[in-house]
Design a protein. Structure first.
Length: 430
């Protein structure tokens, strides 16, 4: 809550007034300022309303009441309320200025008076004045609560020792006692020198008092052995606490925070760093050996490459010689192929001529058969002539068979020659 106006909006108010019209009007005005306004018609009702809240562990933040009322007036109501609560602020509304009333009101710790007749400006001024005190008290309580929370938190995470001007220990928190394995009662009243045996530090505590009196702050990293080979590291300070005049030293406070994790990380980092350096040195040495080995291998490879280049030159020479031989062979083969093709052409012509002759003989045969059939009936008695014709037919068939065998042999020979010529050409092209 940042300002007084917002704070007033949170307050709950008990308003007591016996005049109905005044109570209704004033209630409407007061609701503009406050969160809640409970209006009552006399002091007795007001007292019962306050008592009910009190018994329920609730409270009114402010009481605004008239003094002159029936049954129970404002003073009598406040006397009863003060038996339960001595702190709740009260504003009285009155038209009288009697000194005995004023004195009694002061005794009952009245916050202020509003003199009738009422005005908005007067009400606003007095409400703000009374609420400001509540606001300050509320703010202070919050700050104290926060401070207590902070102190409680610090007590749980910080190591604290308070010392008088002679460095005698007046307070040590439980965290510190648990760490150095001692009872609080055994340390209180002892001099700070008692802890020197339990604390290791890079600096010394000599002339500590003189240095602090000169306005210096002692600060260092300390090491406490908790268990065997187990240490706690603290970032520590010793500071002066001055009195209210801010001139004289009232006490000294030793306060420290654990940095064990950071120190262990630093040690682990240093360990890894040294391991890495050793590893790098080893790798560097291995790399040198490998480089020498590689240089020797490269030298051998170069020699081998030179030998291969020489072999390649010789191979190229051999290749040229073989190509010359192949070329000569191809020319010779081509010539032989030409001769064979010519022979095949002639044989093909002969075969073709024989086929024509066979066709001619076939025609003649057919003619003779046809003529023989035509003259069969007329030449039945001429057996001799028929025998002649039959003999001639047998001769012709024999001749045709011989010619067909010759053609078949020639065709087979031609196929062999063609295959031989083709395969020879293929070998030459390869």
């Amino acid at each position: 809550m940042d300002n007084l106006k917002d704070f007033i909006k949170t307050l709950n108010v008990l308003y007591v007034e016996d005049e109905t019209s005044a109570r209704e009007i004033s209630t409407k005005i007061l609701k503009i300022f406050f969160n809640r306004v409970d209006a009552k018609g006399n002091g007795l009702e007001g007292y019962f309303a306050f008592k009910e809240k009190y018994l329920n562990n609730e409270r009114y933040d402010l009481i605004i009441s008239d003094i002159n009322m029936p049954i129970l007036d404002g003073m009598e109501m406040l006397e009863k309320i003060r038996e339960m609560d001595t702190q709740v602020p009260v504003i009285f509304i009155t038209a009288r200025h009697e000194s005995n009333i004023l004195l009694r009101a002061i005794e009952l710790q009245i916050s202020d008076f509003i003199i009738k007749p009422l005005s908005i400006d007067t009400i606003t001024t007095i409400i703000n004045k009374a609420s400001e005190k509540l606001f300050l008290i509320n703010t202070l309580l919050k700050k104290n609560t926060e401070l207590e929370l902070y102190l409680k938190t610090i007590e749980q995470i910080a190591f604290i020792i308070k010392m008088d001007l002679d460095f005698n220990i007046t307070y040590i928190n439980q965290l510190f006692c648990n760490t150095i394995a001692c009872e609080m009662s055994d340390v209180i009243g002892q001099n700070f020198n008692l802890l020197k045996s339990k604390i290791s530090t890079s600096s010394v505590f000599d002339n500590l008092k003189e240095n602090l009196l000169n306005g210096q702050i002692w600060e260092d990293t300390i090491k406490i052995e908790k268990d065997k080979n187990e240490f706690i590291y603290l970032k520590a300070k010793i500071i002066q606490i001055l009195d209210t005049s801010n001139k004289n030293v009232q006490e000294y406070v030793f306060i420290a925070y654990t940095i064990t994790d950071q120190e262990n990380e630093k040690k682990e980092l240093n360990k890894k760093m040294f391991q890495n350096i050793a590893h790098l040195k080893k790798e560097s040495h291995n790399n040198l050996l490998e480089n020498k080995k590689m240089e020797e291998e490269i030298k051998l490879l170069k020699n081998h490459i030179i030998q291969l280049e020489e072999q390649l030159i010789n191979a190229n020479k051999s290749k040229l010689s073989l190509l010359t031989q192949v070329e000569a062979y191809e020319i010779s083969s081509l010539n032989q192929s030409s001769i064979k093709l010519e022979l095949l052409r002639k044989k093909n012509e002969e075969i073709e001529q024989l086929r024509k002759t066979i066709q001619k003989f076939e025609v003649e045969k057919n003619l003779l058969i046809e003529k023989n059939n035509d003259q069969k009936h007329t030449l039945e008695n001429k057996n001799n002539l028929i025998d002649i014709f039959q003999k001639n037919e047998l001769k012709l068939n024999s001749k045709i068979k011989n010619l067909e065998d010759i053609i078949s042999d020639l065709e087979k020979q031609q196929e062999k020659e063609l295959k031989k010529g083709i395969f020879g050409s293929v070998r030459l092209s390869v």
